[in-house]
Design a protein around this ligand. Structure first.
Ligand SMILES: Nc1ncnc2c1ncn2[C@@H]1O[C@H](COP(=O)(O)OP(=O)(O)OP(=O)(O)O)[C@@H](O)[C@H]1O
Length: 663
């Protein structure tokens, strides 16, 4: 009678419940006695035990079984090899999915009927050794396991078998690389054992290539370099991901590094330390345990439970990639690229500097609703890769920022760049030598960037220019515009009324954002930011002027007055009031400014509004076209052919109120 424990390779069975109970048995050192010796009768019954409806499978198992017994009789190694190959070929012919299921079910039933325990044999080599030396005889002779066993363990197994202990082989024929070799090694060992003790029983399992690969190990390694010593990008991504885990902060074994941004500190896991993570309820462990001091190569090792592996491995890796991308994107130092020379240089046209503009969405003074709408629009865009691809659209979005000089358009571009953490390519179109040069510039930009053309209206209305209108239209959404992805294009204008409708059509410009002159709400924000004043007795006077006289100064102009008088808020507010009054009284609401310095080259907002009949308040995304139509028709402002049929026009609700009041 032989005491033994059968260990079914955990890698080959995904019914974890039993494996867990088997683990418990193993811990308690429970050996299961078997009353019958395994002999020919048992072998003959083997087929019957697989009482499966899958006839094909049954026939196959019988066939395999006989074959293996034949292989155990003395023969030369050449024949064994040949036979192994033919076994493998046979396995390929059999339908795999039903086979796998049947094998699993069959094995389990067979083991259960004999009251045999199933244990986890993916245990570390030392553990297996421990079980062997403790007299618990077992073996699962799957090729991969055998490869992992040391000579010492194999010798031990042989010794034990000579003492009459029983080994049970649950082997697996796979179609992976070198299966015949594995099989050959496997069979050789069994052949020896058979000769020595005569108590070896084989089960042959037919596995598929995919299954084999997946079942290779519970641990997945991500080496830093590939065989060609090129850096493994996945290693880089996983490292980035791990540094973003909250668990790394709690670890006692971390090294501190400076990040790419000033004042950034990054925690890296110390060598041979483990960090835990969870995904979809599964717990995983990462370690950089394999750290080779000699050549400095590192490997990150992922360990997870067998039952979780099939379920979460792929989505977990996808999750790692996307989190790492986000982390990298956030920690990236933004750059500002400029095209300076007309003649192309060898290294491309763009020259870059660090983008240091301090404006952010928080520092922008504008209607909060409008600001939130733009932020939501940008966020949605970032998440819409699949959506754009499904529609066959290039993953890009174009914004038109329009309004008088000094209303914050350039600052808003900076705020958008910071919000997205995108590099900015600021195209100076006067330095572009022609249509093909413009294309070239676009081709040399990267994905995840903002491409900006400021004062676009000025360029478009110029009589003589190097770049043609069709060159510009192609730039905006022609074939070359798809050379990069996830890009935001931004155009700024003082006034869009004189612009060719083809330029502004959706696709070329998706979102219109108006930047109004300073209204009372913006004034209060400026007073708070620039003077530190939240309330003041002069506020009501400012409100009155703005309400009845309308906005006449830009935030830049009012801001400048406040900065110059920042030592005395009262003086600053009085100066603002007199500037507003003088603008109103002069009738030329945007005549030459007596306050601050107006940016050159920009037409006054009010004069452009007068020219075009623009009232300042337009419609927001939600407002119905009907309301605007009514409004404009009433005041004779309706121009034929709405240019905003499909593109979104965002303007502040304050501006809308202003329009309504004006009406
Ligand atoms: N809405 C605003 N919020 C915060 N700051 C503003 C705003 N508008 C103007 N400013 C301040 O005014 C200055 C000029 O603004 P900015 O250059 O962004 O205006 P602009 O609309 O781009 O002008 P231009 O059309 O002449 O280029 C900046 O220093 C900016 O801080």
């Amino acid at each position: 009678m032989n005491g033994f424990l059968v260990m079914l390779n955990q890698e080959e069975d995904d019914q974890s419940g039993d494996l867990e109970s088997a683990d418990a048995d193993l811990d308690n050192n429970v050996d299961v006695e078997m009353n019958t010796s395994v002999d020919d009768a048992d072998r003959d019954n083997f087929e019957l035990q697989y009482n499966s409806s899958l006839d094909q499978f049954r026939r196959q198992v019988t066939f395999e079984h006989e074959r293996i017994w034949k292989l155990l009789s003395p023969m030369d190694s050449h024949n064994q090899m040949t036979d192994s190959r033919s076994l493998q070929n046979t396995a390929e012919e059999v339908e795999e999915s039903s086979m796998d299921t049947a094998i699993r079910m069959g094995n389990r039933r067979w083991l259960q009927e004999r009251n045999l325990q199933i244990a986890d044999t993916t245990a570390a080599e030392t553990e297996v050794y421990h079980m062997i030396t403790n007299g618990t005889i077992l073996d699962i002779g799957c090729g991969s396991n055998l490869r992992n066993f040391t000579e010492e363990i194999r010798d031990q197994m042989e010794r034990e078998s000579r003492m009459g202990k029983l080994y049970i082989q649950i082997s697996m024929i796979c179609k992976q690389q070198h299966p015949s070799m594995i099989k050959f090694v496997n069979l050789n060992l069994k052949f020896k054992l058979q000769k020595q003790c005569g108590h070896v029983l084989f089960f042959t399992r037919l596995g598929s290539c995919g299954m084999r690969q997946e079942t290779g190990s519970k641990a997945k390694e991500v080496p830093q370099f590939n065989d060609l010593f090129l850096e493994n990008q996945l290693y880089h991504k996983v490292s980035t991901y791990l540094t973003s885990l909250p668990a790394i902060e709690d670890s006692d074994f971390t090294n501190l590094f400076s990040g790419s941004k000033a004042n950034d500190i990054i925690l890296h896991l110390d060598k041979n330390q483990v960090i835990h993570d969870s995904f979809l309820g599964a717990r995983v462990h990462w370690s950089n345990e394999k750290y080779c001091e000699g050549n400095g190569k590192r490997t990150l090792v992922l360990k997870l439970r067998k039952k979780d592996k099939r379920m979460i491995l792929r989505p977990y890796l996808q999750h790692i990639l996307s989190v790492a991308d986000q982390v990298e994107q956030k920690s990236k130092e933004i750059k500002l690229f400029m095209n300076l020379e007309k003649n192309p240089y060898e290294n491309g046209r763009w020259r870059s500097v660090h983008f240091t503009h301090p404006a952010t969405m928080d520092t922008m003074i504008m209607d909060e609703d409008l600001k939130n709408k733009v932020k939501a629009d940008l966020e949605l865009f970032l998440k819409s890769k699949q959506y754009y691809h499904r529609l066959g659209h290039v993953w890009k979005r174009s914004y038109l920022l329009y309004g008088a000089s000094g209303t914050g358009k350039s600052s808003f571009i900076a705020a958008m760049a910071r919000f997205l953490n995108f590099d900015v390519y600021d195209i100076n179109i006067s330095k572009v030598s022609g249509d093909s040069d413009l294309k070239m510039l676009l081709l040399q930009t990267t994905s995840r960037s903002m491409i900006v053309i400021e004062d676009f209206d000025r360029f478009l209305t110029e009589k003589s220019r190097d770049v043609s209108l069709s060159g510009v239209l192609n730039f905006m959404d022609g074939i070359v515009s798809c050379c990069g992805e996830e890009r935001v294009m931004v155009f700024t204008m003082n006034c869009k009324d004189q612009i060719d409708q083809a330029v502004l059509r959706p696709g070329r410009v998706d979102v219109h954002i108006q930047f109004p002159l300073c209204n009372f709400s913006a004034f209060k924000s400026l007073a708070n930011n620039y003077l530190g004043v939240k309330e003041h007795k002069l506020f009501s006077q400012v409100e009155e002027i703005l309400q009845y006289g309308g906005s006449s100064l830009s935030p830049a102009e009012i801001g400048e007055i406040m900065i110059s008088n920042r030592n005395s808020p009262t003086r600053a507010l009085k100066s603002v009031i007199s500037a507003l009054q003088s603008q109103t009284n002069s009738g030329d609401l945007r005549g030459p400014s007596k306050v601050g310095q107006r940016m050159t080259g920009s037409r006054s907002a009010r004069s452009s509004r007068d020219e075009t009949g623009e009232t300042g308040g337009v419609f927001s995304q939600e407002s119905s076209v009907h309301t605007v139509r009514e409004f404009k028709t009433l005041y004779g402002l309706w121009r034929m052919g709405s240019r905003r049929k499909e593109s979104m026009d965002l303007s502040s609700s304050a501006e809308k109120e202003e329009s309504q009041q004006a009406a």
